[in-house]
Design a binder for this molecule. Structure first.
Ligand code: NAD
Length: 446
């Protein structure tokens, strides 16, 4: 049987193609993770097949148009003009690829259980045309064991043997949309289901990033991504809990955090906010919690953090109602302007954004809600909510006509001075008004 190390083995042939960048790499799932990855693979010199089942996205890529704001049109038109990039909705094209990288969604189901439907579907698609010498790498965030226990058996239905005929690894994506950082400087963790797979995947990623960190198994790589996200969820919950407590004691939590941050070691600052959002932090910890239950264990930190963070939109609205009450106004009939609906600054992604829950609570209490977000012109349909609103231009007239402005997301492009001068009452969940000099509005932190 061929082995990775034999000169004629499938691994050796693949290794050579990876080393001299003559390999073709397919990226499955061209979303927030997959599209920037296409750029990184392309710019490393490989030929790239970009495969997505969403034909609207493929059509846009062919026309050189972007559907993700922070991945600019300039980049997409450069890719579409390149003879080394092929966007496609045809699964047959995967047979041409030497390496296949999966970046499909891993959401939660209605009972907060992992929904591996997209991973299963795309793994079955790969298995149908799997050929000797292909490397498959999962990048989607998931629970430990997914690559080996879920994907490997499906791929082996092809009749090919893992580790000698095809290769399988996990490498977590560390994309942080909106952060101004060169992705090549972010170290990559790589863990294969066997040593040959680890070596081949590391050889591929070595072209994309400055530093590849190989670990002993796919399970270690899967768990490391979950640790990174659970660490954030738990620490954000901690400062959110302290925010509620310290606010009751008339102590400004943001000032406390800035003071503690002056310690040069042993402390990392996390900032409170209106609740968790995005595709990762509110969701990924529950992948591990589910896996823990499956082996009869509990994950109390994860559950507690989830509980505290999930309570934040209610807390914000209760602070807002109290602030209106101080001004002699009931929530019912009040005009509330929500500033920023994306789940974090400077991006257009509203997945799991707490803005939706805050708007629903306000509307449920009879408020007339409008919003302003320079990155999100229309409120898109969400998993749990349908909100039929469009972004209003931020003007002095709109601010003066609003009984309350609630700041949910502090995009750089927002004119905070204008808000400080023309709003009457501001509920600030991000400490965004701290940078404004002499605001005339009453500011309530929440
Ligand atoms: N967004 C982030 O910042 C981020 C960061 C790190 C990790 N991740 C993880 O990366 C994964 C992808 O996240 P995302 O934000 O890019 O998701 P996304 O929804 O933006 O993109 C996923 C893409 O996959 C496509 N798709 C779905 N099923 C498919 C199939 N069977 N075949 C081909 N294409 C298919 C969808 O059409 C979509 O374009 C998730 O596991 C997520 O947790 C995301």
């Amino acid at each position: 049987m061929d082995t990775d190390d034999s000169p004629s083995g499938h691994g050796a042939v693949l290794r050579k193609r990876l080393d001299d960048t003559t390999a073709t790499v397919a990226v499955i799932g061209l979303g927030y993770v997959g599209l920037p990855l296409v750029r990184a693979v392309h710019d490393s010199g490989f030929r790239v097949i970009g495969y997505d089942t969403d034909t609207a996205k493929i059509d846009m890529l062919r026309r050189g148009e972007t559907y993700i704001r922070h991945v600019g049109t300039e980049l997409v038109s450069r890719l579409s003009a390149s003879d080394r990039f092929e966007p496609t909705s045809s699964p047959d094209r995967l047979a041409d690829a030497d390496a296949i990288l999966l970046c499909v969604p891993t959401p939660l189901g209605p009972h907060r259980d992992p929904d591996l439907g997209f991973v299963l579907e795309s793994t079955r698609t790969i298995a149908r045309s799997l050929r000797p010498g292909q490397l498959v790498v999962l990048e989607s965030t998931t629970y430990p064991g997914t690559t080996r226990d879920v994907m490997q058996p499906i791929l082996e239905e092809s009749g090919l043997a893992c580790g000698t005929e095809f290769f399988l690894a996990y490498s977590p994506e560390r994309e942080d949309p909106g952060r101004d950082i060169d992705p090549a400087t972010i170290p990559r963790i790589v863990g294969g289901v066997d040593e040959a797979s680890t070596r081949l995947a590391a050889a591929l990623y070595g072209h994309l990033v400055e530093k590849v960190v190989t670990v002993s198994s796919a399970e270690v790589a899967e768990s490391s991504k979950l640790l990174e996200n659970i660490y954030r969820a738990v620490n954000i919950a901690l400062v959110n809990e302290l925010k509620v407590l310290l606010t009751d004691m008339d102590i400004d939590v943001w000032e406390v955090i800035e003071a503690a941050s002056t310690k040069p070691y042993g402390f990392q600052a996390f900032r409170p906010g209106p609740g968790l959002g995005g595709h990762c932090i509110p969701i990924d910890p529950f992948y591990l919690a589910w896996k823990a239950k499956a082996i009869g264990q509990s994950t109390r930190f994860i559950e507690l953090a989830g509980e505290i963070n999930a309570r934040m939109p209610d807390y914000v609205v209760s602070r807002l109602i109290a602030a209106l009450n101080d001004a002699g106004k009931p929530l019912r009939g009040s005009r509330v302007l929500v500033v920023g609906i994306a789940y974090k600054p400077n991006i257009d992604d509203i997945r799991e954004s707490p803005a939706a829950q805050i708007i629903k609570l306000l509307q449920g209490g009879g408020a007339e809600v409008s919003y302003h977000d320079p990155h999100v012109p229309r409120f898109p349909p969400m998993r749990e909510y349908r909100i039929d609103l469009t972004s209003q231009p931020l003007t002095a007239a709109l601010l003066e006509a609003s009984d309350c402005v609630v700041i949910v997301t502090d995009h750089d492009a927002i004119d905070w001075d204008l808000i400080g001068r023309h709003a009457g009452l501001i509920v600030d969940t991000r400490n965004a008004m701290a940078a404004v000099k002499d605001p005339t509005a009453r500011i309530v932190k929440a």
